[in-house]
Each structure stands twice: as structure tokens, then as C-alpha cells.
Design a protein around this ligand. Structure first.
Ligand code: 6YU
Length: 501
């Protein structure tokens, strides 16, 4: 690589997509790469924190599908960040379809602890239905626009046939369990309700082999290692970008001007945007001058971006089984198969599907991580920590039947109120098509030429066709856009004369 190395490339956002793009460009010999980051840290939605003695992940949690085909797994292994369990070949070979076979405890709203046998028929039916949802992507002909509508219709029908010999109370409990599983899916998919998740596009997401694993020292370890390989001073922090001035009409002037919020202007040959889809949805009308082409704007509006938050709670002593990895909560009044609440202030807590057990470095964990998606999650963000703690305490007392359990402390994420993220991650919403992803990743101008060279490129988790919503997806989009620039300066595109600016 020799041509184009002097091209000025600005990357907006220092999350994993921005870092991956910078790393690839720097390795290819580009020596004028710079990242502008709005906040005072790298990582974006990868955020490791401390909670008591525990390392916690406020953002991304697992390496989904940790195996050879996953670049995040490969980096974590190369940097020595994984434990022996994650490195076992048999774990890397497991096909779990995005749903780890966790050991679980299940409690109901009347304080009962359910057995595996109580819920197995509902879990089996739900898993079968999710597999069927995924098939419509290739097969087409989906009978409903959303996964929620499909699942609800099919459960009603199949329950009437398959569970006809079960008594009314057993059937009702199984339907309540389906409601809990819909809420789990809202968290996994980052959607408000499964009624907003496209049925035809559900199967666009491809899971890689491997049993999801965590990083014992924290996800930020990957970032630290990647950042240490970049030249010092490559990132300017606390530098929010306000507007990208592209497509300058003066033919001789093909550069892009990046206007920052403090009024500073940076001139570049190319810009790689890696801001979240949530940020784009909120700011696209002022973020680009001239505005984005209509088809791109429409796809940004159409594609989904939801909220999934975590609520960490610490206890003096654990009240769940020692081998339990997840705790599900089943409301006994939810046999109507529901995944959203009607009365946000009064019932938002019903959307919290349960807790995962935070793995301690040694011993028996004292910390649980509650999961809540959707509008209920956004409402939770508006409450004080004290109010959230009160609601969670009442919830746990109700489901365990133990009136004195008292969490020691609480910490929750607030991804929707974060002005630089505006939510958690993307999902294909009802009415979307794979073309929307193509439109979102399409650079500006779409067909570059010598007179109209490549100016604005788009990376970030929401622009990956099959791994959107993940860290590995985001990383691959950063590399993809770096490759686009590298190809741009290959022999078919002679280097353009250096600008006088
Ligand atoms: C994963 C997981 N995980 C939980 C939670 C969250 C996410 N993800 P970034 O936003 O990171 O970077 C952009 C930067 O731009 C940022 O630093 C901004 O400050 C900056 N910026 C913004 N505006 C700016 C401006 N104007 N000027 C300058 N800078 C600006 N992924 O692999 N495993 O366990 C989870 C989870 C609570 C919030 C996750 C997980 C998602 C990832 O975190 C996310 O995709 C990437 O970090 C994004 O990186 P980026 O660089 O694109 O943006 C079966 C099936 C079903 C289908 N779905 C299954 C998928 C499941 C996904 N699961 C997620 C689950 C959890 C729990």
C-alpha cells in the first residue's frame, strides 16, 4: 500500500467499529487517520465497571458465538483474556442458536419455585417457534408481519392441541411462562415488544457456533489491547461532531468538512461515521449537509433501535441455587401472552424478565443482573436509584415469598438517556427489509468517481447484514469500511492530488 497514504481520514466515534477501522487503516499504511469521540472514553457500548468487589459489564456482556469465525473471540484469545472454559474446543463447537442452555431457577408471582417439568412443555414449544421464525427469512411467505403476532397465534393453536389433556391451571401457567420468554426475547433482540420485530427479517441474524462466554477481566480488555496498538494521539476525546458537510458543489473541492459542537472545523478526504443508529435517528436531519439521500433517510427511520438495560443488585447472601445461571420470573396473571405493560408508572417492573447471575472470580456470587427492555426500561431510567431499588426489592420479596430479603445496593444502566447512544442496539422492526441494511451501509456518494470521490462511509453495529446488534458485527463493519477505502486507493483509483488546505 503506497498510494493514498496521505489521505486525511476522520472516524467519528471511538467504539469498537471506529477502533477496528482505525487499526486496519493504520496497518495498511494510512498515516493521517484521526478519531473524534464525543465522550471522555473509548468503547462506546462496551463499558466495564466495578460493583462492590465484582467486575460488571454495563454494556456488552458476552462474546456471542465464541469460535474461529468470531473476530472478537480471536482477539480475546490472542490477548489472553479468556478463561480455560471458553478455550475448550467442545465449547467452541457448540451450536446454541443464540440461546445458551443455562441452568435456571424459576419463581412465580405467588412465591412458588417451579420445577423443570412444570415449564418444559412451554420452553419446548417456544424454542420450536423461534426456529420456525428464523426460517421465513429464506423461505418468505411469512403469515404475520411480526414475530410477536406469529408466536401468539401459533401458541394459542398449538396449546389447544398439544396441551388439551393438561388441567386449566397447568395450561395457564405454561402460557404465563411464554409471556416471560417473550420478555427475554425483547431483551435479546433489543426490541420494545416482539410485535415490533419483523418476522421476515428475524432470520437475518446469524449465530456463530460456540457457547457464549464472558471476559473475566472485563470486555474493556479487548479495547485496551487494541488501543495500545494505535499511534498515540490518534483520538481526540470530548469532541462531539455536530455536522458533516459533504458533496461540496465546487467541482475542484472534494473534501469533507467536519464541524464540531465547539465550532472547530476539521477538513478530511473521507469520514467514517460509526455513531449508533439511535443517534442517527435523532440527529440525521442536522448531522449531514446536504441532507442524506431519501432512501437512506427512510431506512434509518424504518430500522429499529431499542433499549435494553441492566439492573445490578447485590445481596448479603445468595437466595438462588448454587448452580443457577439465570432466574426467570413468571407472573401468574399473564396467561394472555403479553410482553408489554399497559400502565408504565404502576407496572413497569413486570417487564423485567428475571436475572442472570454475575459470575464471581471465585466463590458463590452475591450479585444478580436484572434485564429489562422496551418502554418500561426507558421509564425505569427516569426514576431515582432509590425508587428502582424499592421496586426490585418488592419484586424479589414477592417472587421468593421471603418478606425480609433486602438487596445491599443497586446500579443500573441508562442507555436510552445516554445522549451519544440513545438506546442499546438495533433490530429489524416490522416493515423492514434487508435492503434497509444495504441502504444504511451505503457510502456517499454511492457510486464514487474521480470527480465525485468517496466521502462519507458508514460503519457500526446496525450496518452489519447478519451480525447487527453485536460487538463482532460492529468490529467487522469497521474493518469493512477500512477495506472500502483501501480498495478506493488501489490501482483503479489513482491517488488524488493533495488538497492545498
Ligand atoms: C455483544 C453482548 N449485549 C448489552 C447492552 C448494550 C449493548 N451489545 P458504539 O456506540 O459502541 O460507538 C459509537 C461511538 O460514537 C461512541 O463512543 C459514542 O460516544 C460516539 N459518538 C456518538 N455520537 C457522536 C458524535 N456526534 N460525535 C463524536 N462521537 C460520537 N453485543 O456482542 N454481546 O452481550 C451485548 C449488550 C446493554 C447497550 C450490548 C452486545 C451490543 C454491543 O455493545 C454493540 O453492538 C457494539 O458495542 C456497538 O459498537 P459500535 O462501535 O457500533 O457503536 C437469536 C437471536 C436474535 C438476534 N439478536 C441477538 C443478538 C444479541 C445481541 N445481544 C446483546 C446483548 C447484550 C446483553
Amino acid at each position: 500500500m503506497s498510494v493514498g497514504v496521505d489521505a486525511r481520514i476522520v472516524i467519528v466515534g471511538c467504539g469498537i467499529a471506529g477502533i477496528a477501522a482505525a487499526q486496519k487503516l493504520v496497518k495498511a499504511g494510512f498515516n493521517r487517520v484521526h478519531i473524534l469521540e464525543a465522550t471522555d472514553r473509548s468503547g462506546g457500548r462496551i463499558k466495564t465497571g466495578k460493583f462492590g468487589d465484582n467486575i460488571i459489564e454495563v454494556g456488552a456482556n458476552w462474546i456471542h458465538g465464541p469460535s474461529e469465525g468470531n473476530p472478537v473471540f480471536c482477539l480475546a484469545r490472542q490477548y489472553g483474556l479468556l478463561d480455560a472454559e471458553a478455550l475448550k474446543p467442545e465449547n467452541q463447537a457448540m451450536e446454541i442458536g443464540g440461546h445458551p442452555p443455562w441452568m435456571h431457577n424459576i419463581f412465580t408471582s405467588s412465591g412458588r419455585k417451579l420445577s423443570i417439568e412444570d415449564v418444559h412443555p412451554a420452553q419446548e414449544m417456544f424454542t420450536e417457534l423461534l426456529e420456525e421464525c428464523a426460517e421465513f427469512n429464506e423461505r418468505g411467505g411469512e403469515p404475520w408481519p411480526s414475530t410477536g403476532q406469529f408466536i401468539r397465534a401459533e401458541v394459542q393453536q398449538r396449546a389447544a392441541e398439544k396441551w388439551k389433556d393438561a388441567d386449566a391451571a397447568t395450561r395457564s401457567l405454561r402460557l404465563c411462562m411464554i409471556s416471560t420468554m417473550l420478555k427475554v426475547e425483547c431483551c435479546i433482540n433489543g426490541t420494545y415488544t416482539m410485535d415490533d420485530l419483523s418476522l421476515g427479517c428475524y432470520g437475518m441474524y446469524k449465530s456463530l457456533p460456540g457457547l457464549d462466554c464472558t471476559l473475566p477481566g472485563g470486555y474493556e480488555g479487548v479495547l485496551r489491547n487494541l488501543m495500545s496498538e494505535l499511534p498515540a494521539g490518534l483520538v481526540t476525546y470530548n469532541q462531539p461532531v455536530r455536522c458533516i458537510h459533504w458533496n461540496n458543489t465546487e467541482k475542484t473541492d472534494t473534501h469533507v468538512t467536519i464541524e464540531c459542537q465547539d465550532g472547530k472545523k476539521v477538513v478530511a478526504d473521507h469520514v467514517i461515521m460509526t455513531v449508533s443508529l439511535g443517534y442517527l435517528k435523532k440527529h440525521y436531519s442536522t448531522l449531514f449537509q446536504p441532507p442524506l439521500p431519501l432512501h437512506k433517510m427512510h431506512s434509518i427511520q424504518r430500522f429499529g433501535f431499542g433499549t435494553n438495560n441492566k439492573i445490578f443488585v447485590e445481596f448479603d447472601s445468595p437466595w438462588w441455587d448454587k448452580d443457577s445461571e439465570v432466574i426467570y420470573l413468571v407472573w401468574e396473571d399473564e396467561d394472555a401472552i403479553v410482553d408489554k405493560v399497559q400502565d408504565l408508572p404502576g407496572s413497569w417492573i413486570k417487564k423485567l424478565f428475571g436475572f442472570t447471575v454475575v459470575k464471581p472470580t471465585d466463590g458463590h456470587s452475591h450479585v444478580l443482573c436484572g434485564w429489562i427492555a422496551g418502554h418500561e426500561s426507558q421509564y425505569m431510567e427516569t426514576l431515582s436509584e432509590q425508587e428502582v431499588l424499592h421496586a426490585v426489592t418488592q419484586l424479589i420479596r414477592m417472587f421468593t415469598g421471603n418478606p425480609i430479603i433486602t438487596p445491599r445496593r443497586l446500579l443500573r444502566s441508562q442507555w436510552f438517556s445516554n445522549p451519544w447512544t440513545c438506546g442499546s442496539y438495533s433490530y429489524p422492526s416490522k416493515g423492514c427489509s434487508p435492503q434497509d441494511l444495504q441502504n444504511m451501509m451505503e457510502p456517499l456518494p454511492p457510486k464514487p468517481s474521480l470527480s465525485q470521490p468517496l466521502q462519507v462511509l458508514f460503519a457500526g453495529e446496525a450496518t452489519h447484514p447478519s451480525y447487527s446488534s453485536t460487538v463482532h458485527g460492529a468490529l467487522l463493519t469497521g474493518r469493512r469500511e477500512a477495506d472500502r477505502l483501501i480498495a478506493h486507493y488501489s490501482s483503479s483509483h489513482p491517488p488524488k492530488p493533495k488538497s492545498k488546505l
